[in-house]
Design a protein around this ligand. Structure first.
Ligand SMILES: Cc1cc2nc3c(=O)[nH]c(=O)nc-3n(C[C@H](O)[C@H](O)[C@H](O)COP(=O)(O)OP(=O)(O)OC[C@H]3O[C@@H](n4cnc5c(N)ncnc54)[C@H](O)[C@@H]3O)c2cc1C
Length: 421
């Protein structure tokens, strides 16, 4: 990683998660002078903590064109550096007719997008999974979906970006923006000012705070999610599966990453009160999987200043890495259900557990957009728990928006002004 700041670049990127790094790779490959500033370490937050699923099935149809491109990009990336990408296949299992009907409804909604997804019947599914104690009647399945290793991926893509000419600075928080003649003109980092024509904010869960200090309202909240991994285990399960009360995918180290959709907690914070009206429909729709928690997070977030000067340390330097403790009851519960469902997992033990804060928008679709009121300021955040898989394609789209090139997908669905119009 670099240590001496450049005086000037074309594009400054705030945040070294998969989105910021993928944007840097795409820009550097276009010959643009680009620098990524990361307050902690590359992929220290969500991008190294996720399940590693790279899926098209089950997505909001607005994201499907991006995810189809991303699947091909992962193949290309894996050919250059080891990110642990494998098209293992991925299935949402169903036990009831109601669940199968939901999967069919998703297929109907995606039928014009060229999805590879299809419904598997009981026997077809049985051939792909180990012997089970649960009465699965079928699944929503895509053979072309798969997984990569979050512990490897973003750092490896950062190496590709550096080879293409991008500069990456760690432990270098961006405090804010400077503008001149009504346009973005520089970033103020904790190590000094760097002039630039454009800034891309790919700050994950910090993006609302950063935007707010620049008088931009980005409706974004955090959701706490817990995960565990087992040690290496022979089970015969190769594909990634979601069994509604557990999820599981094989890791490159021979263990399994295990969690459950219901292992997510929405802490009540001052922002959840401010954004209550916008998020209420999402909370209602997700209430089966999301638990509301009133606790110390309210006070912790209340203490973070929402407006701060740029000539003194900011909240971004006060917390280098969001590293919340996991909720063991939830991950142990998921492992227990997995063991019950598949006896092949009976000897699985917890090798490690961790948690992360997922950044979510009211419609669970990211913003990949210019921020209209500040020309030259772009936002790529709010990936709502599924930004790892589409990360490379989202970065390529952001790069096209910055340079004004024709993007590979229609960016309209990702505009920020859909919330503020
Ligand atoms: C438990 C869990 C499971 C998930 N499972 C999946 C999955 O299976 N598949 C999938 O596709 N997605 C999954 N996700 C979501 C996925 O991980 C995220 O959508 C994706 O990693 C977001 O990437 P990002 O670059 O936007 O954010 P992050 O990876 O959070 O990176 C943002 C970075 O910006 C830095 N930053 C913020 N502010 C500043 C500043 N002012 N100056 C400098 N740096 C700053 C932060 O330190 C951070 O490193 C999961 C997430 C979690 C937590």
């Amino acid at each position: 990683m670099r240590s001496t700041l450049p005086a000037e670049v074309d594009v400054a990127i705030v945040g070294g998660g998969i989105i910021g790094i993928s944007t840097a790779l795409a820009l550097a490959r276009k010959g643009i002078r680009v620098a990524v500033f990361e307050k902690g370490t590359v992929a220290g937050e969500q991008s190294s903590r996720n399940w590693g699923w790279i899926r098209t099935v089950g997505r909001d149809p607005r994201e499907l064109p991006l995810s189809a491109i991303a699947n091909d990009m992962w193949t290309d990336i894996q050919a250059r550096v080891n990110v642990g990408y494998r098209r293992t296949g991925l299935a949402y299992l169903a036990e009831t007719d109601k669940e199968m009907a939901r999967h069919q409804a998703w297929l109907n909604s995606a039928k014009d997008t060229g999805t590879e997804g299809s419904l598997l019947g009981r026997d077809e599914l049985a051939r792909l999974i180990p012997t089970s104690n649960r009465p699965w009647i079928g699944a929503l399945y895509s053979a072309g979906d798969g997984v990569a290793e979050p512990s490897l991926a973003t750092a490896a893509i950062a190496r590709l970006a550096a080879e293409a000419g991008a500069m990456v600075f760690e432990r270098c928080a961006v405090r804010g923006l400077e503008s001149s003649a009504g346009r973005t003109s520089a970033v103020v980092t904790e190590l000094g000012v760097v002039k630039c024509a454009s800034v891309v904010l790919a700050g994950g869960a910090w993006s609302r705070l950063f935007c707010g200090n620049n008088a931009v309202d980005f409706p974004q909240l955090k959701v706490h999610a817990s995960v565990l991994r087992t040690g290496p285990l022979e089970t015969g399960l190769e594909m990634a599966i979601n069994g509604s009360d557990f999820t599981c995918r094989k890791r490159a180290d021979g263990g399994y990453t295990v969690s459950q959709l219901g292992a997510s907690i929405a802490d009540v914070t001052p922002d959840s009160i401010r954004l209550c009206r916008q998020f209420l429909p999402a909370w209602m729709a997700e209430r089966k999987y999301l638990k509301l928690r009133v606790g110390r997070r309210f006070v912790e977030e209340m203490k973070i200043p929402r407006h701060f000067p740029l000539d003194a340390p900011t909240p971004f330097e006060a917390c280098r890495t969001l590293d919340p403790p996991p909720t063991m009851k939830m991950v142990d519960g998921a492992l227990g259900k997995l063991k019950h469902a598949f006896p092949a997992f009976k000897n699985a033990t917890v090798a490690q557990a961790w948690a992360g804060f997922i950044d979510v928008t009211p419609d669970a679709v990211p913003v990949i957009s210019e921020v209209g009121k500040i020309p030259g300021f772009f936002l790529a955040a709010g990936f709502s728990g599924h930004g790892f898989g589409i990360g490379p394609a989202a970065g390529a789209l952001m790069a096209d928006l910055v340079t004004g090139d024709t993007p590979g997908v229609d960016p309209k669905a990702f505009r920020l002004d859909r919330f503020n119009a």
